[in-house]
Design a protein around this ligand. Sequence first.
Ligand code: CP
Length: 330
Amino acid sequence: MRNFTSVNDLISPSYGGVGKAIDALVQKALAYKASPFTDKSLGTNKRIGCLFLNPSMRTRLSTQIAAQNLGMEPIIFNVGSEGWMLEFEEEAIMSGTTVEHVKDAAPVFGKYFDILAIRTFPSLKNRDDDYSELYIKQFIKYAGIPVVSLESATLHPLQSLTDIITIQEALNLKSQTSNPKIVLTWAPHVKPLPQCVANSFSQWINAWGKADFVITHPEDYELSEEFTKGATITHNQNEALTDADFVYVKNWSTYNDYGKIYESDPKWMLTKKKLELTNNAKVMHCLPVRRNVELSDEILDGPNSIVTQEASNRIWAAQAVLAEILRSNG
Ligand code: CP
């Protein structure tokens, strides 16, 4: 694996199919969870640069810990608040606010680091621009070293790998071998959020191929079919929740009439009453979460919530991915 920006980076004849490649990463991650320092010398004398154009808590800390567990030195650079404002457009006339072109900055990062990890967010103003993934593609083009997405304009692959690790862990605990019913449900929010987590979760669960996968959201909140194809989609939340084993709660803004929120009806918030429809489902959320807007206190503080376990698994997902990149790229 050269880069890690989407589940498509796992497409390789040597992995024997994407589903198998996901399973292999999940098993590796769970092995690291059981024994964090088994590959302590894999990243000796190597550095990972973690560039943040946007805020983060879990991604930033878990990636640092994962790198350190592999013997790497992580260096964090908050480009968005501490660096020169970067230009990403080719042939730009830089007479505005941008100070340095990615064409000039990325090769420098490529000399300083062995792996480059980047977090960017979408503008939510222009769908074509956001979905072109220009920022991460320009880093891949010009850095000359492996690039890891710490969340991009449209995807959050480390989060999605973590989510499957967490689901597999819960299935192992129950000794469940049949495919679980996994429901991704839209939740209200006070401002428009990216579609990244929902896109990415859909992309990974579909690629994994080991679930009865249902997506439920209000009308007009369709996600891109590129990611959801293969899932059952319904506007009836109660119907979706019935007999679910896992409920993944997330807000996203509109995809078609891009970047809007129309529906903030609290009736879409998951409650204890709605959870009774499920098969005692585990409740997941990538965090941060707005309590009593997206998810109720009674759920977050109750026995069905596995959000802390999920966030803690971010370390093992990052460690499995970094180890695979170190092994594949010498
Ligand atoms: N889930 C997630 O990516 O959290 P942070 O934004 O805190 O990194």
